[in-house]
Design a binder for this molecule. Sequence first.
Ligand code: NAD
Length: 499
Amino acid sequence: MDQIGHYINGARVSGASGRTADVFNPATGEVQAQVALASKAEVDAIVAKAAAAQPAWGATNPQRRARVMMKVVDLLNRDMDKLAEALSREHGKTFPDAKGDVQRGLEVIEFCIGAPHLLKGEYTDGAGPGIDMYSMRQPLGVVAGITPFNFPAMIPLWKAGPALASGNAFILKPSERDPSVPLMLAEIFKEAGLPDGCFQVINGDKEAVDAILDNETVQAIGFVGSTPIAQYIYSRGCANGKRVQCFGGAKNHMIVMPDADMEQAADALVGAGYGAAGERCMAISVAVPVGDETADRLIAALKPRIESLKVGPYTAGDDVDFGPLVTAAAKANVQRLVQTGIDQGAELVIDGRDFSLQGYEDGFFVGPHLFDRVTEDMDIYKTEIFGPVLSTVRAETYEEAIGLAMDHEYGNGTAIFTRDGDTARDFASRINIGMVGINVPIPVPLAYHSFGGWKKSGFGDLNQHGTDGFKFYTRTKTVTARWPSGIKEGAALNFKAMD
Ligand code: NAD
């Protein structure tokens, strides 16, 4: 049985708490490793080591830090298959999808190569007589990222890149369900030239998270995960005086207008609803066709597509569409929610409950489900299911459809499918949701833009990656400078205007 520990000062280290969690192979249901769960004492010791390493890294000029990022990009490309394989083995997603997970993280590291430019401050020459004013962006010191299971490469890289390129030491607390890839990432940064101690990986559960939240040295925490935990981390981290941004769960609606290309909309919904078994925060989980005729055409286009989806282990090759869920508990939760949908009167058009795969009977597979005639009061509408379950809510008008998305408590992503520019423009302008797709079902912004949801999908200020990532992991210092010719006039006691 593999034992997975922590990554401290440039080396893998065994856990010392005596507590571990099982890491499963979701395709077979077998325990394939045990991951150490750090104690508070271990976390505090690891943070102290990071604090010792940070000043030298923070004083390294940004161009040299950027060169480390350049090398990380090379190494991620070199190790792409190895990383993707380890990722699929613990997460269960298909091999091409696992490569996408690494790739979307890699692109943020590419963006971080621009650190020297991104960290430049502002300068006002002659803000007053003989006075110049300038600002600089400085690292915070030791900062942390706490990340979810569903993107074990991408999200750690979204945090690590801007944090490290800005000159901080970075503590990563990845998900305990798929801890191998984050450790491999830390090794890649070391190989790329990052000094030891600047990228520490602490594996653990609530005890480790609480220790990070309460540690006085940790200055900022970037969290991604479910909404209840996001809210908890935001409150406790802020109460402790830290800078905190927390991204939570989602219930993403896709509105299908009567004039939409129905074949295109159906393809988009199948990819966005069932890709990665629905375990994506940008998955579309609610389809909202406008008008009964649109709904009937959409369901008719969806049915054959969903029925032909191939569910299987990542080892079965590239024609597998999606894999198992991450744990038995995740599977049980999806099955429970599907049952509430049936009990509460939704129409189960495609029933994936009896799905079973020969040779993988103990794996955490769930077949695809499609519900029609879902209503706002049902649990399957209100709750994030995080499984291969697409709900259809029929709206009579565009206003009713946009109202559904706006009234939902989550606000991560949304999409509209239409051929009408005016409707699309109105939708993008009015919707109270952070990321919007127009005939694009999963509008994940690229690395040089930023990613973040609204409402219960995001707590705190600033988004992830893009320039926001650099702002989050740095603070501004503004200097007002006057040279001796100004001082010789003597003391000024009044609060001066710059005239
Ligand atoms: P999760 O909230 O269970 O776990 C996230 C992190 O929090 C993990 O590192 C975990 O160890 C830690 N954690 C779990 N319980 C905790 C507790 N009680 N106290 C302190 N820390 C705790 O989320 P998950 O199941 O790993 O990930 C799936 C969720 O993440 C979904 O809700 C999904 O929508 C969301 N997500 C959001 C985004 C986004 O950008 N908005 C991106 C990806 C995933």
